[in-house]
Design a binder for this molecule. Structure first.
Ligand code: AMP
Ligand code: ZN
Ligand code: FE
Ligand code: FE
Length: 280
């Protein structure tokens, strides 16, 4: 069984539609794929329909933006009730903050580059969760940079004069909200130090106490040493481990199915989640 539990569509900052992500997963020979757009579940309905059509299993999910002190972090939620009022309020607050923050970044960039908010809106679907990748695409469309990666490296990374953070809930608060919504929380790329500072082990222990279920260990942003360290931490804290691509379509080099999760771990997720995996 080939299982990939972390992908993005045009419901956030991926470049394939939700149905397109499912199509790409089927094309890659996957048996199970999760859709985990940033702070939204709006792609679930189309993804589920496509999965039924294409004969592949679909795990509904979300990647919840969080913070721990000044450190930005992502917690994946699987199989939660998409209508849970508290979790919806929490992610909607973040989605609103992402818009204000993106407008501020565009304002700052606008003093040195030809770039308007309309340029960014052209790059995002109407209901999409707005992120820096859409600003990157607007910079590419204007000819200021070659691609998303160059935009991040040169202009959008933390530490750049144009970088602005956004509100996000504390990681422990998010783990509780995900559990309360019947979701199964998994810490996404917890050792991805190339993106900035990472969450300390004692905070991960507190997250585990609050209901964290797993660590995403096999991810492109972790080298062999990071994976070994995180596997040890997972064992210590009695967490399961997952592997996933974090596919963003043409937006990133990540290839769908490049890291995989075991069927045993998928069974644990399904046993703990309120919703069911959509099976063909
Ligand atoms: P934001 O959500 O606005 O903080 O932007 C973070 C998103 O940008 C994440 O989903 C990353 O996958 C994506 N991202 C970060 N670095 C890069 C890069 N070098 N190239 C393409 N996408 C990136
Ligand atoms: Zn993303
Ligand atoms: Fe992430
Ligand atoms: Fe992601």
């Amino acid at each position: 069984m080939r299982i990939d539990l972390h992908t993005h569509s045009t419901a956030s900052d991926g470049t394939d539609s939700p149905a397109g992500v499912i199509g790409a997963a089927a094309q890659a020979g996957l048996d199970v794929v999760a859709l985990t757009d940033h702070d939204t579940t709006s792609g679930w309905v189309d993804a589920a329909a496509a999965a039924r059509r294409l004969g592949i299993a679909f795990v509904p999910g979300t990647e919840v933006s969080c913070r721990s002190g000044g450190v930005s972090a992502h917690v994946l939620s699987y199989l939660q009730d998409p209508a849970d009022p508290a979790l919806v309020a929490l992610t909607e607050r973040t989605r609103a903050a992402r818009v204000t923050r993106a407008q501020r970044i565009v304002e700052l960039l606008g003093s040195d580059y030809t770039l308007s908010w309309d340029d960014v809106l052209e790059q995002a679907e109407d209901a999409a969760t707005v992120g820096r990748p859409h600003i990157a695409d607007a910079l590419v469309a204007r000819g200021h940079v070659a691609d998303r990666s160059a935009a991040f490296d040169e202009l959008l990374r933390p530490g750049s004069p144009y970088y602005v953070p956004h509100y996000a809930p504390d990681v422990v608060e998010a783990v509780r909200a995900i559990r309360d919504a019947g979701g199964v929380p998994v810490f996404a790329h917890p050792g991805a130090d190339g993106r900035g500072r990472i969450v300390a082990d004692d905070v991960i222990a507190t997250m585990a106490g609050a209901g964290l279920a797993g660590l995403e260990v096999d991810h492109r942003d972790h080298d062999a040493a990071a994976r070994a360290r995180l596997r040890g931490l997972a064992q210590e804290l009695d967490l399961f481990t997952t592997g996933s691509s974090d596919y963003h379509g043409r937006g990133k080099v990540n290839v769908i199915g490049e890291n995989l999760t075991s069927p045993e771990v998928l069974a644990l997720i399904e046993a703990e989640g309120r919703m069911s995996v959509v099976r063909p």
